[in-house]
Ligand binder design. Structure first.
Ligand SMILES: *[C@@H]1O[C@H](CO)[C@@H](O)[C@H](O)[C@H]1NC(C)=O
Ligand SMILES: *[C@@H]1O[C@H](CO)[C@@H](O)[C@H](O)[C@H]1NC(C)=O
Length: 250
């Protein structure tokens, strides 16, 4: 009896786990995080602005958010990119693109995590950024200046916008972030992960893409949402694990 029960469990197991993996995996696809400005569900947005236009077919941001993403000290977060003097335009465009990806992308589901802060319930963590997107961001910001490694925490907000805390020295990015990985991983406290994966590989999220070719991040989210659960071994493998005495019952 015990043996038959064990057999039943083993035989039923692969189908059950496969179904569970599909259910949890799919619920991570095509969703918006519960944060400050995100829509509750993604959908078409014909009026997206500037660098955010890539997401117009399906977006978690509104047209207003996309426009504000391009403003200095926008109403979105009152964040001042120029806290150590004007940020060069070639650097700023990466921060705008980072904001567009964060606000607009419906493909970050596999990396949504609890935030537990007053201004948002959810955040992203360890989004695997394509190597080229991170390297280019770092290259283009070599002449920019900042006083902090983690831009999420530790600012002086008494004036309503972020100012460098006392004692924090303004320095070129290359001294604050010695490598591209340090920039991408530390600036938003682990929101991104530096990866060796390349654009077009299907294994990393692209901050920049050509919308004429479709959104490459749809497939990347599917890969991580479904691929992270190890596939259930096929039935013959399971049967080979059974003790010989049990097999005679079949
Ligand atoms: C976006 O919406 C906010 C809040 O309603 C408003 O304060 C702001 O002026 C709007 N921005 C634009 C560019 O319309
Ligand atoms: C924060 O900034 C205000 C205004 O610039 C300044 O008076 C205050 O000393 C600063 N506080 C800290 C802790 O740096």
């Amino acid at each position: 009896m015990a043996a038959e029960l064990a057999l039943l469990v083993l035989v039923a197991w692969p189908a059950a786990t496969a179904a569970a993996a599909t259910v949890t995996g799919d619920s991570l696809l095509n969703i918006c995080m519960d944060a400050k400005h995100h829509k509750t569900k993604p959908g078409p947005e014909g009026q997206l602005y500037g660098q955010c236009v890539l997401w117009k077919d399906n977006a978690c941001c509104t047209a207003n958010t996309s426009l504000e993403a391009h403003e200095d000290q926008s109403y979105l977060y009152n964040f001042n990119w120029d806290h150590c003097g004007a940020m060069p335009q070639k650097c700023k465009r990466h921060f705008i693109q980072d904001t567009c990806l964060y606000e607009c992308s419906p493909n970050l589901g596999p990396w949504i995590d609890q935030a537990d802060t007053s201004w948002r319930k959810e955040r992203i963590r360890d989004v695997p950024l394509c190597q080229e997107d991170c390297e280019q961001w770092w290259e283009d910001c070599q002449d920019a200046v900042t006083c902090k490694t983690n831009w999420h925490k530790g600012w002086n907000w008494t004036t309503g916008t972020n100012q460098c805390p006392q004692g924090a020295m303004c320095q070129k990015f290359k001294f604050v972030f010695p490598t591209a990985a340090a920039l991408c991983e530390q600036i938003w406290s682990g929101s991104y992960r530096y990866t060796p994966h390349h654009r077009g590989s299907g294994h990393c999220i692209q901050m920049w893409f050509d919308p004429a070719q479709g959104n490459p991040n749809i497939a990347v989210a599917q890969y991580y949402a479904r691929g992270n659960a190890p596939p259930a071994p096929p039935l013959p493998v399971l049967l080979s694990l059974l003790p010989p005495a049990l097999l005679t019952l079949l």
